[in-house]
Write a protein that binds this ligand. Structure first.
Ligand code: G16
Length: 544
């Protein structure tokens, strides 16, 4: 079968963000757009001849089109084999596991995560390397550079392959194997968690609801929670993946899972509520009368991980992204283990996990995971919570309160200003950055005194690389913090994120309303950055 070399011209906007290249479907649908990007990825890698590539996505609109293109380009570039999930489906953590389990060269993960899908929604392509994790900046920078000069790509003139039939097919000289998307992942979960204890929990009448949000975790949750762990049928809701997420927004937060939250706050509601996002790497955890913030969840999972068989010997260390609250730091301190603060983006955890320096990682953006894969993992977090609940025989609220009495509470919130004019947002950040040097020592109401103000630079302790300009940190003498940065995952304009945190000691007040507890810091952020006057927004678009 002759390899076709197709002439093309570069697109200026193919710079990967926090997590791959996320754009509107209308952008991805432009002639050669997908082809350019995938060829640029392959051109930026070492020799791919004869190697195995994993491909899968969250089933969103355009998934099937992009997968067929990717398979042809992979074949034309000399890959020996492609492993693809049946129906083109693989959750992001399952894709990471498949790459690792089958020792593949890397993988293409097709998703725009929690962003809406459909013809007017978003699509995304991310390349993961052989450790199963997102490509490091060295590679994403090279990919972007390549997209700017690309003048041709390679493909084959072959019919679409049937993604619904398990087994092998041939595309040019390359084998394509369609695999069960769930089996290997479910087997991995069985090695980590005490399935018998969780089965007993469900037998005892414990009730949960899991919202798959019409996204990728439906098949995984049905198989693991209902079929393997014996949760009653109906525990998983919205469990059939839809290309448009049933016209919903697959972001498991208190805005898009408000119905579940409300249910959990009622006496007749279930004991436990959870949800995952478009591609299955984020999680939402709600107990009866208790929402657990992602930052607290990270700390709680780290403190209790030893109760699950996969972590029974303890954890080596914890890593969190810089804007994530310092709740986990207190756990690491007590356990006497390493604690790392990294830039936003799961890719920064890869080296620490590979080097065995940390076992559990997490981010304020509803992501937690461990060294079992190199992505955050929504269902993993849910199963670890279930394992902990089964062993401790306590409710979520009780466990959370005990945790605060031991470690103190980090009140925490994030205010997002979405689709702000990019130039205005950029200037706001630049001006704040320029003022940082003058801030230490300044005192505000409530005796809040600035201890340090900087723009976070990460020095990777494993490979020595440096990543600068990762977000503005303003720290106070009492441990409070304001963090401000621009999102790297938005697709329209700029999203300004303001993260606010205040520490309350173990014997302090743990029952305050979060927004009220953080009010003084919210005021200081406004004073320092002038968000309202500059953006014209009177309130954040989303508060989490
Ligand atoms: C991605 C990244 C995360 C990051 C999040 C938010 O999550 O994988 O590491 O924390 O975006 O990033 P930003 O603040 O730059 O928008 P996901 O679930 O969208 O892949």
């Amino acid at each position: 079968m002759p390899i076709q070399t197709i002439k093309t011209t570069p697109y200026a906007d193919q710079k990967p963000g926090t997590s791959g290249l996320r754009k509107r479907v209308s952008v991805y649908s432009q002639p050669h757009y997908v082809e350019n990007y995938i060829q640029a990825i392959f051109d930026s890698l070492d020799e791919v001849g004869g190697q195995t590539l994993v491909i899968g996505g969250d089933g969103r609109f355009y998934n099937n089109v992009a997968i067929q293109k990717a398979i042809r380009i992979a074949a034309a570039n000399g890959f020996g084999k492609v492993l693809v999930g049946q129906g083109g489906l693989l959750s992001t953590p399952a894709a990471s596991n498949i790459i690792r389990h089958y020792k593949a060269f890397g993988g293409l993960v097709l998703s725009a995560s929690h962003n809406p899908g459909g013809p007017d929604g978003d699509f995304g392509i991310k390349y993961n390397v052989g450790n199963g994790g997102p490509a490091p900046e060295k590679i994403t920078d090279a990919v972007f550079a390549r997209t700017q000069v690309i003048d041709s790509y390679k493909t084959l003139d072959t019919p679409d392959i049937d993604l619904d039939v398990l087994g092998t097919q041939q595309v040019g000289g390359m084998v394509v194997e369609v695999i069960d998307p769930v089996a290997d992942y479910a087997a991995l979960m069985q090695t980590l968690f005490d399935f018998e204890a969780i089965r007993a929990l469900f037998r005892s009448g414990f009730r949960m609801t899991f919202d798959a949000m019409h996204a990728i975790t439906g098949p995984y949750a049905h198989a693991i929670l209902e079929d393997m762990l014996g949760a009653p049928k109906g525990t998983v809701i919205n469990g059939v993946p839809s290309p448009t997420f049933n016209n919903g927004h697959p972001d498991p937060n208190l805005v898009y899972c408000k119905d579940m939250f409300d249910l959990l706050m009622t006496p007749e509601g279930p004991d436990f509520g959870a949800a995952s996002d478009g591609d299955g790497d984020r999680n939402l955890i709600i107990g009866k009368n208790r929402f657990v913030t992602p930052s607290d969840s990270l700390a709680l999972l780290a403190a209790n991980a030893h109760l699950a068989p996969g972590y029974k010997d303890g954890i080596a260390g914890i890593a969190r992204s810089m804007p994530t609250s310092a709740a986990a730091d207190r756990v690491a301190e007590k356990l006497g283990i390493e604690m790392h603060e990294t830039p936003t983006g799961w890719k920064f955890f890869g080296n620490l996990l590979d080097a065995g320096r940390v076992t559990i990682c997490g981010e304020e953006s509803a992501g937690t995971g461990s060294n079992h894969v190199r992505e955050k993992d929504g269902l993993w977090a849910v199963l670890l919570w279930l394992n902990i609940l089964a062993v401790r025989k306590q409710g979520v609220d009780e466990i959370v309160r005990e945790h605060w009495r031991t470690y103190g509470r980090n009140y925490y919130t994030r205010h997002d200003y979405e689709e702000v004019d990019a130039a205005i947002a950029g200037k706001l950040v630049d001006d704040l950055r320029a003022s940082l040097i003058s801030l230490p020592g300044k005192v505000f109401a409530d005796d809040l005194q600035i201890a340090y103000a900087d723009d976070f630079t990460y020095h990777d302790p494993v490979d020595g690389s440096t990543s600068a300009k990762q977000g503005i940190r303003i720290g106070f003498t009492d441990g409070s913090r304001i963090v401000l940065r621009l999102s790297g995952t938005g697709t329209v304009g700029a999203t300004l994120r303001v993260y606010l945190e205040r520490y309350e000691a173990p014997d302090g007040r743990h029952d305050l309303d979060t927004q009220l507890a953080l009010e003084p810091l919210i005021g200081i952020a406004e004073t320092l950055a002038g968000i309202r006057s500059r953006t014209g927004r009177q309130a954040p678009s989303v508060i989490t």
